[in-house]
Design a protein around this ligand. Structure first.
Ligand code: HEC
Length: 253
């Protein structure tokens, strides 16, 4: 009886514990991010580097539909620079007076133009897999920036013994299930940074993740500085009320 009880108990424990372990996924390495902590702020030079990687690499496959070109001014680009960045892409507009749709260069008020006209076209170019929109990627996955950093840096040329990866898939230690349909997108010196920063794989990954974080949480800087102002306000009010209390009670004692 006792044995029966212990084994049932063990089985019950396993039933609870095993799915919990399985859903945890691979361990993520924590990185230090400029915007972490209550006083953290984005590093705009880093955001510009990350945007350079997105523009030259990721945007060949991934869309970023929630960000408009003019939002990039926050990264320190001038009006003219934003205009030039937008004008590199064509968007459909219309109808014109003849009732026809037409193509025109994108404007700062347009959202970042996706690489494919629709999901089917995106899948057709990516072995059937859909490259997800990156606008909210850093918030959509557990682990956020650390997870995306892991995805970008944890590809392995050879899967461990006994693991087979289907054709057209790649082994990635961070991706749940480890077989990902994205080819390793970054490598050392893949980009030549406009600001001269050395483009190691890790540097590229960090900068790209920073840019993605800004895209998903553009208001974080303001929120953090508002938090600091609120703290200063509370401190000043506390001092004032304390002084007032002493003054009011001075005569009573
Ligand atoms: C050649 C096309 C291609 C390029 C270039 C590319 N990706 Fe991907 N990416 C994909 C595809 C396809 C998937 C879907 C993978 C899957 O579901 O197996 C994907 C998935 C992802 C995911 C999601 C992983 C998840 O948890 O679902 C992230 C994050 C990502 N890519 C980031 C990037 C970043 C950042 C860049 C630029 C440095 C980039 N990708 C460049 C094709 C690409």
């Amino acid at each position: 009886m006792r044995k029966f009880l212990t084994s049932t108990l063990a089985a019950a424990l396993m039933a609870v514990a095993v799915p919990a372990l399985a859903s945890e996924g691979p361990k993520l390495e924590h990185q230090t991010w400029a915007w972490n902590g209550p006083f953290g702020q984005y590093d705009k030079a880093q955001l510009r580097r990350g945007f350079q990687v997105f523009r030259e690499v990721c945007s060949n496959c991934h869309s970023m539909k929630l960000v408009a070109y003019r939002n990039l001014e926050y990264l320190g680009f001038s009006d003219d620079e934003v205009k030039a960045i937008a004008a590199e892409k064509q968007v459909q507009d219309g109808p014109n007076d003849q009732g026809d749709m037409y193509q025109r260069p994108a404007r700062p008020s347009d959202r970042i133009v996706p690489p494919f006209p629709n999901d089917q076209a995106a899948r057709a170019s990516n072995n059937g897999a859909l490259p997800p929109d990156l606008s909210l990627m850093n918030k959509a996955r557990a682990g956020g920036p650390d997870y995306v950093y892991g995805i970008l840096t944890n590809f392995k040329d050879n899967p461990p013994e006994g693991v087979t990866i289907p054709d057209g898939m790649y082994y990635n230690e961070t991706f749940p299930g480890h077989a990902i349909a994205m080819p390793p997108p970054i490598a050392d010196d893949l980009v030549t940074y406009a600001d001269g920063t050395k483009a190691t794989k890790e540097q590229i990954a960090k900068d790209t993740v920073a840019f993605l974080n800004w895209a998903a949480e553009p208001e974080l800087d303001q929120r953090h500085s508002l938090g600091i102002k609120a703290l200063i306000f509370v401190f000043v009010m506390t001092v004032l009320f304390y002084a007032l209390k002493r003054k009011i009670w001075a005569d009573v004692h």
